[in-house]
Write a protein that binds this ligand. Structure first.
Ligand code: PHE
Length: 450
């Protein structure tokens, strides 16, 4: 049965997809790797990757989803009825979304916990003692109950939004939270950029240093471009099936790509000038967000509590709109596949991903003795989620799109049945057939060798 659900407008579709794209990846990952691999030099490479490769993948997912009006597995099968095995690419997307959401919940749970700890003043009470701040995080993240509690609170919030439905839940929440997110990041940027010595942070982020742009940096840029745009997990395929028929897929994808990139850069401007101004060294990942930043905020005195609260709310807003897109993909797939109501799929995947998230969280503490390939469960799934699953799913999708889906179908969908001009089409087709698959293969092989 074809899906009937849809976003109510172009703006709604853009907001929801920007919500999916802008997430933890923009705020805690992008600024750090940008600085580490050569600032402006990295930014140039990153911009090429997001606009030339990431947006092509995004458009391919949108085209497949909107054309088929199905969720991942059936979408591939409906567009290529002779070779049902293409459905395996969709299955890979579902599996990827499932594991990414389970892991995402752990970090989102920490974020929720830090919203609480900053508002309640607990973080401020640690003062400017770096040692105390990092042991607080270590104890918090490896303890038995706190992370589980906050993870569950976050997952319940995501569930409630999904139960609201595509328009009333996802679309309406995104329309409120995305402008809020922009406002919060701008407030933090103004604070950070007006601190004494902020220029050093801006320099770290932007001044181009081509000697730091190693092969590893180029690969990191590509991996980050895919993750940040939420491509390679079937999530945008599902959102594509909700895009109104008269929307211009190309313009929609360009808006999403531009907003996602802009917010990543703004996040960098909100973070690094403050870090340098307060005399700290930049760090990446959890170290940046949960050690360095609380320290930075605490050096600001009483206003620091306010800025810390704003920052963690910002991070939580970014995380929730990404988490709901993952839960939506799983929910929509399940209800289409089994013919059951949305609530059944939403509850099922809420329970499964929360349970797995709890297991991953405990694997950092009391269950750290359980190892796969020498890694604790959290690190193992982190490796799968960053190196193998998304590029593999993206590769399957782009090969299907570039080489299997009839060209007339692609043109028809991009031009809205001939009503829109598609002057970009030749370049787009070349990228989709040759450049993107080769780039993904390189990422996969390099990831396996690393
Ligand atoms: N794009 C999100 C981020 O930057 C992560 C994400 C990936 C969300 C895939 C949904 C699907 O954090």
């Amino acid at each position: 049965m074809a899906q009937q659900k849809s976003f109510s407008s172009n703006l709604g579709a853009i907001m929801a997809a920007v919500g999916s794209a802008v997430g933890l990846g923009n705020i805690w990952r992008f600024p750090y790797i940008c600085g580490k691999y050569g600032g402006g030099a990295f930014l140039i490479v990153y911009l090429c990757f997001v606009f030339l490769l990431g947006s092509v993948l995004m458009m391919s997912e949108f085209v497949i989803g909107r054309r088929a009006q199905h969720t991942p597995i059936k979408a591939f099968q409906a567009l290529c009825p002779k070779h049902k095995a293409w459905g395996l690419v969709g299955l890979l997307g579902i599996i990827t979304s499932f594991f990414i959401l389970s892991q995402y919940l752990v970090i989102s749970g920490w974020t929720t916990g830090y919203v609480w700890n900053s508002i309640s003043g607990t973080l401020a009470s640690l003062g400017t003692d770096s040692g105390a701040i990092s042991s607080f995080f270590k104890e918090f993240s490896t303890s038995q109950w706190d992370p589980v509690l906050f993870l569950s609170v976050f997952a319940v919030l995501a569930l409630v939004i999904i139960l609201g439905g595509v328009q009333k839940g996802i679309e309406n929440v995104s329309k409120v939270l995305m402008p809020l997110l922009v406002l919060l990041v701008l407030v933090l940027c103004v604070r950070s950029l007006t601190l004494p010595g902020a220029g050093k942070g801006v320099e770290y982020l932007f001044s181009p240093d081509f000697t730091k742009l190693t092969g590893e940096g180029v690969l990191a840029a590509l991996g980050q471009a895919l993750f940040s745009l939420s491509v390679g997990m079937g999530v945008l395929l599902v959102y594509g099936s909700y895009i109104p028929v008269n929307d211009n897929i190309f313009k929609t994808a360009m808006w999403i790509t531009a907003c996602d990139t802009l917010i990543a850069v703004l996040a960098g401007l909100a973070i690094f000038p403050a870090v340098f101004s307060c005399g700290f060294e930049p760090a990446g990942g959890p170290g940046l967000v949960f050690h360095v930043l609380p320290n930075v905020f605490n050096t600001m005195g009483t206003t620091g509590t306010i800025f810390a609260s704003i920052f963690f709310v910002l991070l939580m807003v970014a995380a929730i709109t990404s988490a709901i897109s993952l839960l939506e993909a799983l929910t929509a797939w399940f209800s289409e596949h089994t013919g059951t109501r949305r609530v059944v799929g939403a509850l099922l995947f809420f329970v499964l991903t929360t349970a797995l998230g709890i297991l991953f969280s405990l694997s950092l503490g009391s269950l750290s003795h359980i190892k796969i390939a020498g890694l604790c469960l959290f690190d193992f799934v982190d490796r799968m989620n960053s190196i193998y699953l998304p590029p593999l799913c993206a590769l399957g999708t782009i090969i299907f799109f570039g080489w299997v889906l009839p060209e007339e179908d692609v043109k028809d969908e991009l031009s809205n049945h001939g009503t829109l001009k598609i002057g970009y089409y030749r370049l787009f087709r070349f990228l989709a057939r040759y450049v993107v698959p080769v780039a993904l293969l390189v990422v996969l092989v390099a990831g396996m060798l690393s």
